[in-house]
Design a protein around this ligand. Structure first.
Ligand SMILES: [Mg+2]
Length: 286
C-alpha cells in the first residue's frame, strides 16, 4: 500500500485533530499540506450532541482551515437517516440542543411531547436532569423506538475521561427494558457511506485516520478503506498491537501523514523508484 494512491482522507476529530479545546501539534500544517496537493478531506466524528455549525466554529477557533460541508457528525447522519427513512416520524431527543439544531436544519419533525414520539433519539446530554431522563422514559413507554447517535462509553475531557452516550442509553434501556434499535455512529456502514459519498471516491482510494481501533479502524476496514491509527487519543500502541483489527499504519500523530507524503514525493522525484509495493493490506475484520 502506497500513500500516493490515496486520493481522499476521512479524518476523525476527537483525539485525532484536537484534544479538549486544542489542536494537536502539527495537525494544522498537515491539513493545509494535504489540501495544497489537491487531496480531498472529510472529518468524521461520533459527536452527536453538537451541530456542524458549532463544530465548525470550534475548529476555526483552534486555527483549523475546515469548511462546514467537510464535517460529518453522527448528529448530521442521524438527521439525514431519519429524514430519508422515516420522513413522517416525530422525534423526541434525549441530549444536548446541538442535536435538535441539526434535526431542524434537516427538516426532521420534533415531537411536541414525549408521548407522541415515534423515535427517541439519544445522544450525549451534558446538562442531564431527572426530568430529561423521565421524559425519555415516557416516550419509550408510549411506544417510541430507540435510536442513538453513537454508543461511545467515554470521551477524553479536560479532567480525564468522562461518561459518554452509553451512560444515557443505559439509563433508558434498563428502566424500560427496551433495546436500542439503531446506532448511527462509527463503526456503522451508515457513517462510512456518508463519508464516501461526500468524497465521491471508491473506498480503495480512501484512507481512514482515527485514534480508536474500535470505531475508526473498524469502520475503515469494513468499508474497504485503508486505515491509519494515531496514538494521540484513546488507544496506545500496545493495545493496538494486541487487537485483532490491524491498521495499515500506526502513527504517533496525524503530523506523520505529512512526513510520509513529503518523503513519498521526494522518492517519486528520483530516477529509480525503489519503493517496494507490498500488499500489506490484511483483513482482520469482524
Ligand atoms: Mg476519536
Amino acid at each position: 500500500m502506497n500513500i500516493r494512491d490515496v486520493e481522499g482522507f476521512v479524518i476523525d476529530l476527537d483525539g485525532t485533530v484536537y484534544k479538549g479545546n486544542q489542536a494537536i501539534d502539527g495537525v494544522v500544517q498537515t491539513i493545509a499540506y494535504v489540501r495544497s496537493i489537491g487531496k480531498r478531506i472529510v472529518f468524521l466524528s461520533n459527536r452527536g450532541n453538537i451541530s456542524r455549525a458549532m463544530c465548525h466554529d470550534n475548529l476555526k477557533r483552534m486555527g483549523l482551515d475546515v469548511h462546514e460541508e467537510e464535517i460529518i457528525l453522527s448528529s448530521t447522519v442521524a438527521a439525514a437517516y431519519i429524514k430519508r427513512h422515516y420522513e413522517e416520524a416525530e422525534v423526541w431527543v434525549l441530549g444536548d440542543e446541538g442535536l435538535r439544531d441539526e434535526l431542524r436544519v434537516t427538516g426532521v419533525r420534533l415531537a411536541s411531547n414525549p408521548e407522541s414520539a415515534d423515535w427517541l433519539l439519544i445522544t450525549l446530554h451534558e446538562t442531564l436532569t431527572y426530568r430529561d431522563l423521565n421524559e425519555a422514559f415516557r416516550a419509550v413507554r408510549h411506544g417510541a423506538r430507540i435510536m442513538a447517535t453513537n454508543e461511545d462509553r467515554m470521551f477524553p475531557s479536560e479532567n480525564g475521561l468522562s461518561i459518554d452516550v452509553a451512560g444515557m442509553i443505559g439509563a433508558i434501556t434498563s428502566a424500560t427494558g427496551q433495546e436500542v434499535e439503531l446506532v448511527i455512529g462509527k463503526p456503522s456502514a451508515i457513517m462510512a457511506e456518508a463519508a464516501l459519498s461526500k468524497l465521491s471516491l471508491p473506498p480503495e482510494q480512501v484512507l481512514m485516520i482515527g485514534d480508536s481501533v474500535e470505531s475508526d479502524i473498524r469502520l475503515g476496514k469494513r468499508a474497504g478503506m485503508k486505515t491509519a491509527l494515531v496514538l494521540t487519543g484513546a488507544w496506545t500502541r500496545e493495545e493496538a498491537e494486541a487487537s485483532p483489527v490491524e491498521p495499515d499504519w500506526i502513527w504517533d500523530s496525524l503530523a506523520e501523514l505529512q512526513l510520509l507524503m513529503a518523503k513519498q514525493h521526494e522518492e517519486d522525484g528520483t530516477k529509480h523508484d525503489t519503493t517496494v509495493e507490498q500488499n500489506s493490506t490484511k483483513y482482520y475484520g469482524p
